[in-house]
Ligand binder design. Structure first.
Ligand SMILES: N[C@@H](CCC(=O)N[C@@H](CS)C(=O)NCC(=O)O)C(=O)O
Length: 331
């Protein structure tokens, strides 16, 4: 059927896969911008291969596009480098604790595919300072990374509370952490998830540091792509939604093969046994099956990567369990 006729009849037929999906298919890999190293989210092994909760988004897209989760080239990026790397085409996607804000969505030319982790900003302080609340930080020196929402929220918070602070702004994670550890700063501020992950793994003596109770901002973190390629945007969006929906449907990497034999209509559509949902995305109809089989559902990724570090689901529970994770209908 000609695409024009199909459109006139109300069917959606992808005219082409879109430049980024075509490029990715041709390259045989997805170039995925990740943080330089945050335990649980994106961490290199001794061969330089990255794994983690953020990396799993790229692995899911890889499973959807290539039926193979390993066609991912992880590109470590500091907060400062990340937007240029996406804009210039060095990476096809940012899967890197990036907060969805209006400015980034508009003037930086990003499209956020959704939220894979609802977070908020916090502070870590040296225990010996005996500080119990962020409200006691008047006059403090605070370490922070440039190009982050954290740098901006920090200024807002102190101003709103009529307090003074001295920022120590350092781009590289290793260096900003060291500056804090050696005592150049009284406090280090970043997303709460980062504080918990770093305190649990990168801090010489975790018991010497306290994460304060205040959460001073909303940090909805999610994968982002460039403006101007709706088809690629769709692929990234629905790959994330497929992970969330799979958890809601009770589909896991271990049971999906067996479950796929079931007759439920939403299940049949999800696994590609009925309908053409994959084709509409420019993918194989088994795209979502492959994501779950090869990477797992949202909860499996959370449990494998973040639970061992002591993370609770909290806001990141499914909407059916009192959380905010909600995928639109896959139909
Ligand atoms: N969510 C914030 C902060 C993201 C961020 O870059 N956080 C730091 C501290 S956890 C980080 O990931 N650093 C890792 C790196 O630079 O590799 C934003 O989008 O601006």
């Amino acid at each position: 059927m000609a695409a024009g006729l199909a459109a006139a009849l109300g069917f959606a037929v992808p005219a082409s896969a879109g430049p980024t999906l075509d490029k990715v298919k041709q390259a045989g890999a997805i170039s995925c911008g990740v943080p330089t190293g945050i335990p649980g989210f994106a961490q290199p092994d001794n061969q330089g291969k990255y794994t983690g909760f953020d990396v799993d988004i790229c692995r899911a897209i890889s499973a959807a596009v290539f039926a193979d989760p390993d066609k991912v080239k992880s590109v470590p990026l500091t907060a400062q480098q990340r937007f240029t790397a996406l804009q210039s085409g060095e990476v096809d996607i940012l899967a890197r604790n990036t907060t969805w804000t209006l400015t980034r969505d508009t003037s930086l030319g990003l499209n956020f595919a959704g939220v894979n982790y609802y977070d908020g900003q916090g502070f870590m302080v040296h225990r010996k300072l005996n500080v119990k609340s962020a409200k006691e930080l008047n006059g403090a020196t605070v370490c922070v990374q440039p190009g982050t929402t954290n740098e901006l929220n920090l200024a807002d918070y102190f101003r709103a509370n009529g307090m003074k602070f001295r920022p120590v702004v350092i781009e590289k994670l290793e260096e900003v952490l060291n500056a804090y550890f050696v005592g150049r700063c009284d406090a280090y501020t970043t997303d709460h998830s980062g504080l918990v992950a770093l305190r649990g793994s990168r801090v010489p003596k975790p018991e010497d540091h306290v994460v304060l109770p205040e959460i001073i901002s909303k940090e909805p973190l999610g994968p982002a792509v460039r403006h101007g390629d709706d088809r690629w945007f769709d692929v990234v969006k629905w790959s994330l939604f497929a992970m969330i929906e799979a958890e809601e449907l009770g589909l896991t990497s271990k049971n999906i093969e067996e479950q796929a034999k079931g007759a439920g209509p939403s299940l049949q559509r999800f696994v590609g046994a009925s309908g053409e949902l994959g084709k509409m995305l420019g993918l194989d109809n088994r795209w979502a099956f492959n994501i779950v089989k090869q990477v797992g559902n949202y909860g499996e990724s959370f449990d494998a990567n973040l639970k061992p570090l002591g993370f609770e689901r909290g806001l990141n529970r499914l909407w059916t369990r009192g959380g905010l994770m909600y995928a639109p209908p896959i139909r």
